[in-house]
Design a protein around this ligand. Structure first.
Ligand SMILES: NC(=O)c1ccc[n+]([C@@H]2O[C@H](COP(=O)([O-])OP(=O)(O)OC[C@H]3O[C@@H](n4cnc5c(N)ncnc54)[C@H](OP(=O)(O)O)[C@@H]3O)[C@@H](O)[C@H]2O)c1
Length: 289
């Protein structure tokens, strides 16, 4: 298999792995639709991609806003039929001070962004891909989705759900000529990673991670889990007796900074709210979300 996408949509494209992926794909003849919440950082990514010859549009919107996402993805597909959609946006989270549980509101918000935000990204693209009998859908999960880590229960669980959803979806979409890939990174040096305080073996740069992901997506790899040594260690951790791994994991000094995860839009998806889209053609108004 040799996939060579021309029209690509990426969420979480204003930071870390998403921005690095946008830059890795950017070149003449490539159309990029980039999403994220912070418009200034999105525009900065877009400028770097335009400098490499890509045609770029940006949309400042929250992936948990289902109606806004459906509108944006459909608009991007109408302008340039999407052949690669990467659901990359996510937030991390962990225990409250004192090692107390996260609380239901934070757990819900994490799932709204990390699981349902990803589904909000790929779902509006799937019908058109199925009709065209081509396309590639990518879900960015995590090695944390193989074994729940005591310092971030909801993040681990949201990534496990996304990984398993992607595995199941692969069988469904494969029959229609659409490829599904699940990406499970280990530690990548990004702003999200800065908020996690834990031992970080085999950490790599976002640019290196993006180059690896792009190379494997091109070959249609179903699972892209890296780095290999950490992937194998995680599989071993998940296979060992629970009593043993629990004993060690709760003794690892690890924490995640508590950050503002933003309002939960999932319950309040609002059809009247439009994404703020700037596609540089002037035919869609830019404005606040
Ligand atoms: N870095 C790692 O070590 C690591 C390891 C395993 C998996 N991953 C996964 O890799 C992906 C990228 O992470 P990263 O490390 O690059 O993190 P990052 O630098 O913090 O980037 C996260 C991106 O997601 C966007 N985002 C967050 N919440 C959003 C929302 N509600 N709506 C729209 N966009 C939203 C952010 O945009 P705004 O800043 O505008 O909100 C940002 O562009 C994530 O799925 C993460 O779980 C990362």
């Amino acid at each position: 298999m040799n996939l060579n996408p021309k029209n690509i949509l990426i969420t979480g494209a204003n930071s870390g792995i998403g921005a690095a992926l946008a830059e890795a794909y950017a070149s003449s003849g490539i159309t990029l639709a980039l999403g994220g919440r912070d418009r200034d950082r999105l525009e900065a990514t877009a400028e770097r991609c335009r400098a490499k010859g890509a045609t770029v549009s940006i949309a400042a919107l929250d992936v948990s806003d289902r109606a806004a996402m459906a509108e944006w993805v459909a608009a991007a597909d109408a302008i340039a039929p999407l052949d690669l959609v990467i659901a990359n946006a996510a937030v991390t989270g962990g225990l409250r001070p004192g090692g107390l549980p996260e609380g239901i509101e934070r757990s819900q918000r994490l799932f709204s962004v990390n699981l349902f935000g990803a589904l909000n990204t790929i779902d509006p693209a799937m019908e058109a891909m199925i009709a065209r009998k081509s396309g590639q859908v990518v879900l960015v999960s995590s090695l944390a989705g193989y074994r729940g880590f005591p310092y971030s229960p909801s993040y681990s669980a949201s990534k496990a759900a996304l990984r398993v959803y992607g595995e199941a979806l692969r069988g469904v979409l494969g029959r229609h000529g659409v490829t599904v890939s699940v990406v499970c990174p280990g530690f990548v040096d990004t702003p999200m990673n800065d908020r996690v305080h834990a031992p970080k073996p085999f950490m790599m740069t976002a640019a290196k991670a993006a180059a690896l992901i792009k190379r494997k997506l091109r070959r249609g790899k179903r699972l892209i889990a890296f780095p290999l040594r950490l992937y194998l260690s995680t599989l071993l951790l998940a296979a060992l007796p629970r009593g043993l791994t629990d004993f060690f994991l709760v003794r690892v000094a690890a924490s995640v900074d508590q950050t503002d995860l933003g309002p939960d839009n999932a319950a309040a998806t609002n059809a009247s709210r439009s994404p703020s889209v700037d596609n540089r053609t002037g035919d869609r108004p830019a404005g606040p979300i």
